[in-house]
Design a protein around this ligand. Structure first.
Ligand code: SAH
Ligand code: ZN
Ligand code: ZN
Ligand code: ZN
Ligand code: ZN
Length: 461
C-alpha cells in the first residue's frame, strides 16, 4: 500500500518537536493510518514518491535510529542524487545546441539531450531528431508527458487554459510568477518576449534543467524542499522580493492525489517568506491560483479558508478524467484563489457570465438560485432547488421522503452510501470530525465554519 493515495491515511502537518528524518527527496512527511478497531499507526514516508519502488524510505514514528543506521541512510541519500547536477545538465544542453539542427538527437525515453557518441547507449529508446530552435522553446511539447506516472502525474494545460491564466495574471498586473508544477505557464511566459512578466519554475522534473539556475529550481512541493539547497533558496528569495515583491503571484498545479494539507503548508511557508522578505503586513497573503478538482473544495477551504473556487473549467491536453460522461460537463478541474472573484474575468466567449448578485463570474449552466441566493453548481451541471432540503441539489437527485434528503434514484433507502468514520465507524461523520480523533497531533486547519454565500449574505442584509 502506498502512503498518501489510500483512503485511510492522513498526513500530519504539525509534527511538534519530533526529529524529522530525511530521504533523498528532502524531509519525510509524517502520516497516520487509521484501522478501525485497532489504534492508529504513525510513520514517516517519502513526500514525493508515492510508490515504494521509487523511494523505499519508511520509518515508524516511534523508531529510534542508531548513529550507525543514520550514517547508512545518509550514504543512501547522497548516492541517490541525479546523474547530472543542474550545472552539468545545463552545460550539456549548451553543447547540445552547438550541434546542427539535423544532428541533434533527443532520447525521449530518458528525457536526455544526447551529445555526439551517446546514441549507442540508448538502443531501443525513442529518439527524436532533428531538433529545431522552435522545439527547444517548447520543452513541454518536446518531452513525453509523464502521465502514466503516479508521482509526476503530468497533465498539461490546453492552449486556452494557458492563455486564460496568463491573461488573468497580466490584467491584474502581476510581473513575477512563481510556477509550481506548472511548466506550461512558465514556458508561455518565456515565449512572451515583449512583456515584462517573469517566471520562476519550481518542479520535480529534472528535464527542465535545460533552463538556467536563475529560472528553474528542482523542487518538491510537498515539503517545500529545494534539491540544490542554498543556491536555489537564494534564487527564490531574490525572485519573490524583487521590486519590493509588489507584483508576485503563485500558480500551482499539483498531482491530484490528495495531500492538500501538505500543499497548503507549502503555500503558507512561501507566503510567509514573501511577507518577511518584502516587508508585507502580516494580514496580507501571497496571491495564488491553485489548480485542483472541484470535489476537493471542502478540503482546500479547510486548509486555506480565504480561498474561493472559480467556475472556470481548466482544460488539459492529456487528461484521463475527460472521457465518457465527464466530457459533457467539461473538466472537473477548477482554480482556487485568494484574489477577489469579481476581479477574475471569465471568458464570455466560452459562455461565462457575470452574476451581479454573487459578484462573480459563473459558468453558462450555473444558474443563479434566488432561494439559495447563490450560483450553486459545482460540477458543471445545472442544479435544481429542493424546497424540502432547502438547498440546491444535483439534477440527478430526487427528494426521498424516507431518507429525508435528496438521493440518487438508485439509492438503497435508509442506507447511507458512506462507509462511515474510519476511526469509530459512526455513519454521521467522517474521521476529520471524529470526536475520538487522537487530538493534538492530527491538528488541521480551522474547522470549516458554514460560510456559504447564503449565510454571509443573510448577515449582510
Ligand atoms: N498543468 C501543468 C502541469 C501540471 S502536472 C502545466 O501544463 O504546466 C504536475 C506537475 O507537477 C508536473 O510538471 C510534475 O513534474 C510536477 N510535480 C509532480 N510532483 C511534484 C513534486 N512533488 N514537487 C514539485 N513538482 C512536482
Ligand atoms: Zn534513452
Ligand atoms: Zn449568482
Ligand atoms: Zn436553491
Ligand atoms: Zn431534497
Amino acid at each position: 500500500m502506498t502512503a498518501n493515495t489510500s483512503a485511510n491515511v492522513d498526513v500530519i502537518i504539525d509534527t511538534g518537536d519530533r526529529e524529522i528524518p530525511e530521504c533523498p527527496h528532502g524531509p519525510a512527511l509524517l502520516f497516520v493510518r487509521y484501522e478501525r478497531g485497532s489504534s492508529s499507526s504513525k510513520f514517516f514516508a517519502c513526500s514525493a514518491f508515492r510508490d515504494r519502488k521509487e523511494c523505499s524510505f519508511f520509518q515508524w514514528e516511534s523508531e529510534k535510529l542508531s548513529e550507525e543506521k543514520k550514517k547508512i541512510r545518509q550514504d543512501i541519500n547522497s548516492k541517490q542524487q541525479l546523474k547530472f547536477s543542474h550545472q552539468e545538465a545545463y552545460d550539456r544542453f549548451s553543447k547540445f545546441k552547438e550541434q546542427s539542427i539535423s544532428s541533434r538527437e533527443l532520447c525521449q525515453t530518458c528525457g536526455m539531450f544526447l551529445l555526439p557518441g551517446e546514441l549507442e547507449g540508448h538502443k531501443g529508446h525513442r529518439i527524436k531528431s532533428p531538433i529545431t530552435e522552435e522545439m527547444l522553446e517548447k520543452p513541454t511539447q518536446l518531452f513525453l508527458p509523464l502521465d502514466n506516472n503516479k508521482t509526476f502525474a503530468q497533465y498539461l494545460f490546453s492552449a486556452p487554459a494557458v492563455d486564460f491564466t496568463l491573461k488573468t495574471l497580466e490584467d491584474l498586473s502581476f510581473t513575477h510568477i512563481i510556477c509550481v508544477g506548472a511548466p506550461r505557464i512558465f514556458e508561455a511566459i518565456e515565449l512572451k518576449k515583449d512583456s515584462n512578466v517573469k517566471g520562476l519554475l519550481l518542479d520535480l522534473d529534472h528535464r527542465y534543467q535545460l533552463y538556467p539556475a536563475s529560472k528553474f529550481c528542482r523542487y518538491n512541493m510537498f515539503n517545500h524542499h529545494f534539491f540544490d539547497g542554498q543556491k536555489s533558496d537564494d534564487v527564490f528569495g531574490q525572485f519573490i522580493s524583487e521590486e519590493g515583491g509588489k507584483r508576485v503571484a503563485m500558480v500551482m498545479d499539483p498531482p491530484f492525489g490528495g495531500m492538500v494539507e501538505a500543499l497548503a503548508a507549502t503555500y503558507n511557508k512561501i507566503s510567509q517568506q514573501w511577507k518577511t522578505l518584502s516587508d508585507k503586513p502580516q494580514d496580507t497573503d501571497l496571491p495564488i491560483l491553485w489548480f485542483f478538482p472541484y470535489f476537493m473544495e471542502k478540503r482546500i477551504k479547510e486548509s486555506l479558508p480565504k480561498t474561493f473556487m472559480l467556475d472556470y473549467k481548466v482544460d488539459y491536453d492529456n487528461h484521463m478524467l475527460f472521457r465518457g460522461d465527464m466530457k459533457k460537463q467539461g473538466s472537473p478541474v477548477r482554480i482556487f484563489t485568494n484574489l477577489s472573484p469579481e476581479s477574475v474575468i471569465l471568458p464570455a466567449s466560452e459562455g461565462y457570465w457575470y452574476c451581479k448578485v454573487c459578484s462573480r463570474y459563473s459558468a453558462k449552466e450555473n444558474l443563479h438560485c434566488d432561494v439559495c441566493d447563490s450560483c450553486p453548481s459545482k460540477d458543471g451541471k445545472t442544479y435544481k432547488h429542493c424546497f424540502k432540503c432547502d438547498r440546491c441539489v444535483k439534477p440527478s437527485k430526487q427528494h426521498c421522503d424516507t431518507c429525508k434528503m435528496c438521493q440518487r434514484q438508485d439509492h438503497r433507502c435508509g442506507q447511507s452510501l458512506s462507509n462511515g468514520c474510519h476511526i469509530c465507524g459512526a455513519l454521521d461523520h467522517k474521521r476529520r470530525n471524529c470526536p475520538k480523533q487522537g487530538s493534538s497531533s492530527t491538528k488541521r486547519g480551522a474547522p470549516e465554519h458554514n460560510s456559504s454565500n447564503r449565510q454571509k449574505r443573510k448577515r449582510k442584509k
